[in-house]
Design a protein around this ligand. Structure first.
Ligand SMILES: NC(=O)c1ccc[n+]([C@@H]2O[C@H](COP(=O)([O-])OP(=O)(O)OC[C@H]3O[C@@H](n4cnc5c(N)ncnc54)[C@H](OP(=O)(O)O)[C@@H]3O)[C@@H](O)[C@H]2O)c1
Length: 380
């Protein structure tokens, strides 16, 4: 079965009665996913949104102003009329938390309550700045993956952990690039070996040194940014973002045990394709400035290599054409525990049941569960 041809009703039906925990809901992709689930499957049970905030009340306010209060929820708002706020209140449960902390920083009672309910985790939280400080990127994109795994292991009825990665973990290679999982230690540069634990130690030592030298905030930021870029390039990745996302994938693959994990690797997601608002976009990042320049008729020309295929896509059709939700539905517990999907409408791959070209991670043997990350002192 081709994921892109998955029946829309089947995808929507999958969410009926499910509890979904979403990280990164205040971001671009997260709010689109949230809106779509609520619109196509109002019978979803609960959507837990992990949001960085001091407490649940602040998290709720953030969700109101930065997510459900945004234009993209207009269609849903009109559909529910006066009942919109009640509908959101009933379905959406904001939680103050941060993926870089153990149990996301949730207190024991909350952790217990959420972990017994969650059926699906969608991990979209990431530091997406290409040239972010190494420590900041590492905390969310690498340690975050570890904490997500640890949390997922506590969810007694978990059916799926969907991790949103990026197509650019493949770096700047040319030709046909298969969706191979990253193995621990793997790099994009021959002759190098990546030790994630050592990278964490390098960050810690650099922080200590900066402190000892009474570095200013500006100097610290500069050093940390340069360190990320230097390490990324040393191992063959073009920037800190994709390097840390690749390490996050490695950790997930290493720590998942028998968790049912799907990793999706979208390329550039620009704006909404069709619904609820065609052309809707948020912020101006990467290729967006070119589209805006064109729309405003300010872009006189744009040099391209006519032989190059540009891989960027609209969001929004994804729940129907087999994107996030398609990956979720297509990889239920009857499939192998780790699938990697390059998510772009023009580049559809076969589903796991049909074998290659969709490549899978190496499944851990059933019952051969690895040690719980929380039981380990070190990163691994
Ligand atoms: N947009 C694209 O074109 C694209 C393409 C390929 C892959 N992706 C992947 O898709 C995912 C979402 O991307 P996006 O474009 O929606 O990114 P985004 O707009 O930058 O949003 C990032 C989200 O992650 C949250 N976050 C960051 N650090 C966190 C932490 N430590 N704990 C909890 N939440 C944290 C942010 O929360 P705050 O609001 O608190 O900052 C925000 O909600 C990312 O994993 C990204 O790598 C995106």
């Amino acid at each position: 079965m081709v994921i892109g041809e998955m029946d829309a009703a089947q995808v929507a039906a999958y969410f009926r009665g499910k509890n979904v925990l979403i990280t990164g809901a205040t971001g671009f992709l997260g709010k689109v996913l949230l809106e779509k689930i609520l619109r196509i499957q109002p019978d979803v049970r609960k959507l837990f949104l992990l949001v960085r905030a001091t407490d649940d009340e602040s998290a709720r306010r953030r969700v109101q102003t930065e997510v459900t209060g945004r234009e993209i929820f207009q269609v849903l708002r009109e559909k529910h009329g006066k009942g919109f706020e009640d509908f959101i209140e009933e379905k959406v449960c904001p939680l103050a938390g941060d993926v870089m902390y153990e149990d996301f920083g949730l207190d024991t009672a909350k952790l217990k309550e959420v972990s017994k309910d969650v059926d699906i985790i969608v991990n979209g939280a990431a530091t997406t700045n290409f040239y972010e400080r190494y420590d900041v990127s590492f905390d969310t994109n690498v340690l975050g993956a570890k904490q997500i795994c640890a949390f997922a292991n506590k969810c007694t009825k978990l059916k799926m952990l969907l991790h949103v990665s990026t197509a650019y973990v493949s770096g700047e290679q040319e030709g046909l690039i298969l969706e191979k999982p990253f193995m621990m230690g793997g790099t994009l540069r021959e002759g190098t070996h990546l030790d994630i634990e050592s990278e964490l130690n390098l960050i810690k030592h650099t922080q200590i040194e900066l402190k000892a030298n009474c570095a200013t905030d500006k100097a610290e930021r500069k050093t940390m940014k340069e360190l990320g870029l230097k390490r990324a390039r040393h191992f063959g990745w073009p920037n800190t973002y994709v390097f840390t996302k690749a390490m996050g994938e490695m950790l997930l693959g290493h720590l998942r045990g028998d968790l049912p994990v799907v990793i999706i690797r979208p390329s550039i997601i620009t704006s909404l394709l069709k619904e609820p608002l065609p052309g809707w976009m948020e912020g101006v990042r990467t290729i967006d400035s070119v589209f805006l320049g064109y729309a405003k008729q300010a872009l006189k020309f744009f040099l391209v290599d006519p032989n190059t295929i540009m891989d960027s896509g609209g969001h929004g059709g994804k729940l129907h054409d087999g994107g996030h939700a398609g990956a979720l539905r297509g990889t239920s517990t009857d499939h192998l525990p780790c699938d990697i999907v390059h998510e772009q409408p023009g580049l559809l791959h076969d589903s796991p049941g049909d074998g290659p070209p969709l490549l899978r991670g190496q499944p851990a043997a059933r019952g051969e569960r690895r040690a719980h990350p929380a039981e380990q002192d070190a990163l691994l």
